[in-house]
Design a binder for this molecule. Structure first.
Ligand SMILES: [Zn+2]
Length: 96
């Protein structure tokens, strides 16, 4: 398992008698499409949600998780503003 952002090897959460150490966070995301579900209450608009058509798990190590630009990316992905997965699948633009 590797961190999605920096590529370092991440380890499962380790437990000791009185403590434990988390090494990574898992984000369940993927490419998706916006969909609507009818609200069960009357006179309320349908709820918009991102239906995942191609789910993936993204691992973020604890160091990357503390970096504000990475938190921002995860947040944008969660809100459906910018997809982390799309970024991953796009070929890197060569620099000239
Ligand atoms: Zn990392």
């Amino acid at each position: 398992m590797q961190c999605f952002h920096c590529g370092r090897e991440v380890h499962e959460t380790r437990h000791w008698q009185k403590s434990y150490k988390i090494d990574y966070y898992r984000t369940h995301t993927g490419t998706g499409q916006w969909d609507y579900i009818e609200s069960s209450k009357e006179n309320t608009p349908p709820i918009r949600y991102l239906k995942l058509t191609d789910p993936v798990n993204i691992l973020t190590c604890v160091q990357c998780y503390q970096r504000p630009e990475i938190k921002q990316k995860l947040d944008d992905d969660f809100r459906g503003i910018a997809s982390l997965v799309a970024e991953m699948r796009e070929p890197k633009q060569p620099h000239y």
